[in-house]
Design a protein around this ligand. Structure first.
Ligand code: SAM
Length: 787
């Protein structure tokens, strides 16, 4: 060869060397490096006529694919090879093997293994008991610092080389061992599996390792490998085409909820004599909730919290309820959960750990879809899906609510008869519905979307038997038969983010009267619940608010200025999104009634429980003659201080209400109520604690109570029933004066008639009407100045 061609060959060799090195490094970074890797590369190069661009494309996807399918295809079609290139590559790969193995880029899989090796925690981050992982590792590769350790990690975590069907053929799935099942099925039919305890393992813990049988010609077991003895791994490789000598395929975890605690005798052996733990009649079948042992602490703290399922990786542990519903991922707050229903599972079947399922899916993704991003995590993908579902459904909700409003009216105006089309559908986008014992319902922590709404009213009872009393609908004035449709609810419901904590544990002994019995009002001394109203009950024995208390409430209402308090950081002003929020306009200091509740010793008929017993008056929804639309009236005479009803609606946070207002989804004819009693005293008020009630879509008869300036016959009083902290309370209406039968019930909305943004044309008819006074004032001010 002349000098020129020698130089050219040498530079070609350098370039090849670099590329080969890079390719192997890449495989190493993905945890795919084995001695076979270089062989695959070699054959790949031949097949591709040394077209490096093709091999390097898409993050070496061809190479990854070739590696994964190598076993199945038994190598590549040999092509004619340039001998020089072949030599260079061979030499290159030899060199690279060392460099790749000695200084591997930490891959995810490898990191996983490293964690298992180094951590002192009993369980690895993804839920594999470290003890098991270490034992497994020990049994295969004792503390080898050379390439063999990496070889072991490759083997332990390598992608599955067999088809899913083959992999699980005739096998039960072993908790956390799915990733190893591929090792059971080998090309060598003569292999037999034998039970063998892992050397050094504690037999009491029931850690069993199924050791792959030795090939007859093989003398050395893998346990005899000494650190640094590279030949050991290679000889194993030579014998079986890289199959391991000892592969733990069934390990029973000491604390695993699936484990059969009494050792080998209770393990179930399948037909092939593999030791696959099963649940059986002697062991609890599926636990009510599967808590990943590694997440035990957090899982326990979240035990009652359906949302507390994700770990740091966004991977859920697997809770299994009695119906074998397996939650596999969850959005951050648990609003959306992804679960599998395991139909037809019987107690004899075993459930794999979520960890092993994820890992297997990741490996299949790697193989099938060439997802070769080293940080790809299937668990995170599912969590991402939950988050996305939540976000999209939220935006959908807003769209729907906007779209539904006109539809409600159009349906209402149509001639559909109530009985034929009665169809109320709540499409709960996601989460749990529940009714709290205290008379508070949570309609999904979030959003319920009203779909195809046709809540036609029943003229005989607008409450549809939700209340103890029937409440009829009458229109003697116009042709309108019913009020616009809405969902009748007798208890407040949380619509999405509002925070309510009704745990009994929060009610301290001093905030309830657990020592009482029967009716507190008939006891000689007032109980602890009365301390909130200065040691006197707010109610008299005839069930009315007592005079002194009522006078005080009315007086405060009429002179609010003297009792106003101001927030440092007013939620209302904050929501206006001004650059510099305006200062708080003030909130009235409320006088509360504190009722006895479930933690008290008295009974439900106790005189200090009025609002929680619900409506007892004979009421009617009627169409007003004064052009105020529908109104509410009493059919019986009501004495002063009578409880009429509470204002019921959806509990929204201020932000949620603001969003509704912005989107125009709050109906004009309802008035959201701020539960602002405590705002001023809470400097760091969180949004989820600043609550209000909106009866636009869901409400009770209080949504029909019209406004009357000053001399209205109802007054609203906050009533504490379940929560002692006043973030949430009931707003109850009591008669502020004696009310005649058939008289309309009214309350003073506290309308600011100077607010030009919300003009209100008042038709209350009161001689004290602020609206008409304002009108006459402004007409006077507009009157031309007399010369
Ligand atoms: C809470 S709703 C009361 C029920 C309402 N009238 C209906 O037909 O559904 C409040 C709305 O009723 C009407 N309204 C209430 N009081 C009124 C009054 N004094 N003068 C005029 N309209 C009144 C207003 O349209 C107001 O927005």
């Amino acid at each position: 060869m002349n000098q020129l061609s020698q130089a050219s060959l040498s530079s070609q060799a350098i370039s090849l060397r670099k590329r080969a090195s890079k390719a192997l490094q890449h495989m190493s970074s993905m945890g795919l490096y084995t001695p076979k890797t270089k062989q695959v590369l070699r054959e790949l190069l031949k097949s591709f006529d040394y077209n490096w661009e093709a091999i390097e494309a898409d993050n070496y996807s061809v190479f990854v694919d070739a590696l994964l399918s190598y076993d199945e295809e038994q190598g590549f079609i040999q092509k004619k090879v340039d001998p020089i290139q072949h030599d260079v590559i061979d030499e290159n790969l030899e060199q690279n093997e060392g460099s790749v193995v000695d200084q591997p880029t930490p891959s995810r899989k490898r990191q996983r293994l490293q964690k298992k090796e180094t951590t002192s925690k009993p369980f690895s981050d993804r839920g594999i008991p470290n003890e098991v992982a270490i034992q497994t590792h020990k049994s295969k590769e004792p503390q080898n610092t050379s390439g063999i350790a990496n070889e072991a990690s490759w083997r332990q975590d390598r992608p599955l080389l067999l088809s899913p069907l083959e992999r699980f053929k005739g096998k039960d799935i072993v908790p956390d061992q799915m990733n190893m099942l591929h090792d059971e099925i080998t090309p060598f039919s003569s292999r037999k599996q034998t039970l063998q305890k892992i050397p050094g393992s504690n037999s009491n813990q029931g850690s069993i390792c199924l050791k792959m049988p030795k090939i007859e010609s093989e003398n050395d077991s893998i346990e005899n490998c000494t650190p640094g003895n590279k030949n050991c791994a290679e000889s194993a490789d030579d014998i079986s085409g890289s199959e391991e000598s000892a592969v733990p395929i069934a390990i029973i975890y000491p604390d695993s909820p699936y484990s059969i605690v009494n050792g080998p005798a209770k393990k179930c052996l399948d037909e092939n004599h593999s030791t696959l733990p099963k649940t059986n009649s002697e062991s609890p079948s599926f636990p009510a909730t599967y808590i990943d042992p590694s997440k035990k602490d957090t899982a326990e703290s979240n035990h009652n919290d359906v949302t507390g399922l994700t770990n740091n990786d966004g991977i859920s542990s697997i809770p299994v309820d009695s119906s074998k519903n397996v939650v596999i991922a969850s959005s951050s707050k648990g609003e959306v959960r992804l679960s599998f229903a395991l139909n037809g599972m019987n107690s004899e079947m075993c459930l794999p750990s979520l960890e092993s399922v994820f890992r297997t899916v990741e490996e299949r993704c790697l193989k099938s879809y060439k997802i070769i991003e080293p940080n790809f995590s299937f668990g995170s993908l599912l969590t991402e899906m939950c988050e996305t579902l939540k976000e999209l459904s939220e935006s959908l909700e807003h769209e729907r609510l906007v779209n539904i409003t006109p539809r409600l009216d159009s349906q209402y105006n149509s001639n559909i008869t109530p009985s034929s089309s009665k169809q109320n559908i709540f499409c709960d986008v996601s989460k749990t519905n529940g009714v709290l014992s205290s008379g508070m319902a949570t309609a999904a922590n979030h959003k319920s979307v009203l779909v195809d709404v046709r809540p036609m009213h029943d003229v005989n009872d607008i409450a549809k038997a939700e209340e103890r009393m029937r409440i009829s609908i009458v229109n003697e004035v116009s042709g309108e038969q019913f009020p616009p449709p809405f969902f009748y609810i007798s208890r407040n419901i949380v619509i999405r983010n509002g925070h309510l904590d009704f745990s009994l544990a929060r009610i301290e002994d001093v905030d309830c009267c657990s020592n009482c019995f029967g009716d507190c009002l008939s006891a000689s001394t007032p109980c602890l619940c009365a301390k909130h109203t200065n040691g006197k009950y707010a109610y008299s024995s005839d069930g009315l608010v007592n005079k002194e208390f009522l006078d005080d409430c009315i007086s405060r209402f009429h002179n609010p200025k003297q009792d106003l308090v101001y927030c440092k950081n007013c939620p209302i002003e904050k929501l206006k999104n001004e650059v510099i929020p305006e200062s708080c306009k003030g909130h009235v200091v409320r006088k509360f009634i504190k009722e006895c509740w479930v933690k008290c010793g008295c009974n439900k008929q106790c005189g200090n429980r009025v609002v929680q017993r619900g409506i007892t008056c004979n009421l009617q929804v009627f169409y007003t003659a004064e052009n105020k639309g529908w109104g509410l009236r009493t059919l019986d005479e009501l004495p002063r201080g009578t409880f009429v009803c509470e204002y019921v609606g959806e509990i929204l946070t201020n932000t949620e209400l603001y969003e509704r207002n912005q989107k125009g989804t709050t109906a004009k004819h309802t008035r959201p109520i701020l539960l602002d009693a405590i705002w001023a005293s809470d400097a760091a008020l969180k949004d989820e604690d600043a609550l209000c009630l909106d009866a636009t879509y869901c409400g009770n008869i209080a949504r029909f109570i019209n406004h009357r300036c000053f001399d209205s016959n109802l007054i609203e009083i906050p009533v504490e029933v379940e929560t002692p902290d006043h973030h949430y309370y009931h707003l109850a209406f009591f008669t502020s004066k004696k009310v005649e039968a058939f008289e309309e019930l009214t309350w003073d909305y506290g309308i600011d008639f100077d607010d030009s943004c919300r003009p209100f044309q008042c038709r209350c008819g009161s001689r004290y009407c602020r609206g008409s006074r304002k009108k006459s004032r402004s007409s006077r001010s507009r009157a031309p100045v007399r010369q």
